[in-house]
Design a binder for this molecule. Structure first.
Ligand SMILES: Nc1ncnc2c1ncn2[C@@H]1O[C@H](COP(=O)(O)OP(=O)(O)OP(=O)(O)O)[C@@H](O)[C@H]1O
Ligand SMILES: [Mg+2]
Length: 270
């Protein structure tokens, strides 16, 4: 069953003051099932973040249709939450304050949001740190707070844009395992953008490879590995096979791609 459906969407950014316009996405079609974990990989500048922002409702496709549960996406909605690479926490609020911010804004009753934030703090493994401020936390802990804060509005869709990109390798690996647990408990659909093929395979039900800019779906690869995924799987033959297939697909793009160096599709609108 289709949950999020993109049909031939394009996105062109018009340059300001008669500057160059940029076609970020071209004829992108993708169907995502409810509760699916989708990893999105692709060359830099191919429109991955732009696609997430469109699903979030923060950008609009220039042409084409983008719908969730059969309804066009017309703007932001608390059912679609986004987590960025930069933690974007409120520095003046504690862990608890950051997590409770959304529900308070939505006028949820104190008792309800406090009990929920206790559950979320447990879910992301931050018990004992409720009253700390962001500057007192490590990178991994900050990203846990960002995830808990995104989950506080009980989203149906969690949009994650390179959320672990700023973390060291070991923290990143443990966050991948944590995220899998969180996703299984939270039961939401995840769109996860990453530059790491290994991370993409480890987490996803399906990996989407985007082409060079202007981006479209070049390939989708179903990852048939049992859950929960474990560290041992990283070295399994099947895992490596998936990684290799994706690498080849990316290499092809690198060979054919000159968009970043020579953006020939950009037109002067003046
Ligand atoms: N608000 C904007 N105004 C103008 N151009 C934009 C805007 N946002 C993105 N672009 C352009 O659209 C293209 C796609 O950008 P996007 O950020 O979606 O790429 P990306 O795939 O997320 O790249 P990266 O992997 O480097 O994060 C780029 O050429 C970028 O310069
Ligand atoms: Mg990006």
């Amino acid at each position: 069953m289709s949950f999020i459906h993109a049909q031939n969407i394009t996105k062109t950014f018009n340059g300001k003051n008669n500057g160059a316009s940029t076609m970020a996405i071209a004829e992108m079609s993708l169907t995502i099932r409810e509760k699916e974990f989708i990893s999105i990989i692709g060359p830099s500048g191919c429109g991955k973040s732009t696609f997430l922002l469109m699903v979030a409702g923060l950008e609009k496709p220039t042409t084409g249709d983008l719908a969730i549960e059969g309804k066009p996406i017309n703007g932001p909605d608390h059912q679609r939450a986004i987590v960025f690479q930069e933690f974007l926490l409120f520095p003046w609020k504690t862990v608890k304050g950051n997590i409770e911010f959304g529900p308070r804004l939505n006028r949820i009753k104190k008792q309800a949001y406090e009990s929920q934030s206790r559950d979320l703090i447990r879910l992301v493994g931050l018990e004992g740190f409720e009253n700390r401020f962001p500057h007192e936390l490590s990178g991994g802990m900050k990203q846990r707070v960002a995830i808990a804060r995104a989950l506080a509005n009980k989203p149906k869709v969690l949009l994650m844009d390179e959320p672990f990109g700023a973390l060291d390798a070991l923290t990143r690996e443990s966050m991948q395992i944590e995220l899998q647990k969180i996703w299984q408990k939270a039961q939401c659909t995840v769109l996860f953008v990453t530059h790491s093929i290994t991370e993409a395979v480890f987490l996803a039900d399906r990996v989407v490879v985007m082409s060079n800019r202007p981006g479209y779906v070049k390939k989708t690869l179903a990852i048939d590995l049992e859950r929960p995924r474990t560290r041992k799987m990283f070295t399994s033959e099947r895992f490596r096979h998936y990684e290799h297939q994706l690498k080849e697909s990316i290499w092809e793009e690198e060979e054919t791609g000159s968009w970043e160096i020579n953006p020939v599709e950009e037109k002067r609108s003046a």
